[in-house]
Design a protein around this ligand. Sequence first.
Ligand SMILES: C[S@@+](CC[C@H](N)C(=O)[O-])C[C@H]1O[C@@H](n2cnc3c(N)ncnc32)[C@H](O)[C@@H]1O
Length: 356
Amino acid sequence: MIRISGIFSGVESDILRNLGASPIKKLGREFLLVRIKDPAVLQHSAAAKFVRWNIPVHHSWPCCPRDIPGFIEKAAQALLRKLGQSRPQTIMAGPLDPDESNGYYRALASNLRGRMLQVFSPQMSGVMDAAAQDCQAPTLFCLVGSQGLFCGLQSPAASRGFYPGGTKFIRQNAPGTISRAGAKIAEALHQLQLDRPLPAPGSHWLELGASPGGMTAELLARDYRVTAVDKAPLDKRLDHAPGLRFVLAKADTFLPPADDVYDAILSDMNGHAAESIRHVIRFAKDLRPHGLVVFTLKLTGAATFIAINDIEKRVLDHAADAGLRVFSRTHLTYNRREFTFLFEPEPVDSVPPQST
Ligand SMILES: C[S@@+](CC[C@H](N)C(=O)[O-])C[C@H]1O[C@@H](n2cnc3c(N)ncnc32)[C@H](O)[C@@H]1O
């Protein structure tokens, strides 16, 4: 079962072809039941970045749960019989259609999870919150909606998310929010934990394309220090914010102070992605050896599968030449027509010497 954002519905058939996936059934608005010969393509193929989240389906009950008396108890007991011996670290359940307005399936998923945690408790290593899961240990993920119940056992890292469907709900319009981009970096940092720990509080971020400052505010709220660069000003609410240094400049002309060292670089610059990554690369020499790059890959003007992959290839080629290794490529819930890529510097002894 895979999830592909509705934003990419126009290239869905190309994505499936590239994955070698035969569609079986659409579930909700964004999930698809597919048959895939080689599941490794979900991690490595050109189309993998379009797949927000996935699970192998180990148990399905196509039905209309509303019409089934005692649905929760029947589902919980059937899953215990079938998957109880596989000792999941925990159980996560969610609605097949998160936007469903009446919340019926959200409540059903929550009640199903509650009952399953009870019936599985002797078989389970523990009950835990989503973010406390061991990324590499199997979780029993369940999705429920008007088309039935679909469940699979897989680690959060292989599924590419801690939550069923991959979405961590983040309010985008909370009072005081400067821009919706704050949700993007919050989600990117949540996603990062599938692969490596968060930068420690106090870490120094270089942020390129910071205005009006939604991401800046989110980083500062996590006790990071931020050098923010943009040709446009930041929101007034960030004036004199502790930990913030703002430079009103184009990334092209910004010269960092000689003693600046960054733990992380964040780029959310609009414009051509190949141009944006060149700016990141220019500052990557000031990145610590185990530093992090969070890069929003904008799909400006690219409408087809081939055009999107061309942009990606140019970005990855430039990054690789500069010794940056991509370790995560995701279309996050709060991304629009863009992806969030995460890079880290290659260990120094693995970068081939540059010819002169
Ligand atoms: C999508 S907005 C960034 C939103 C921001 N991340 C936030 O959290 O509110 C893109 C920004 O990139 C900036 N930008 C684009 N190219 C730039 C460049 N060459 N140098 C500096 N800023 C640039 C634009 O001025 C714009 O403010």
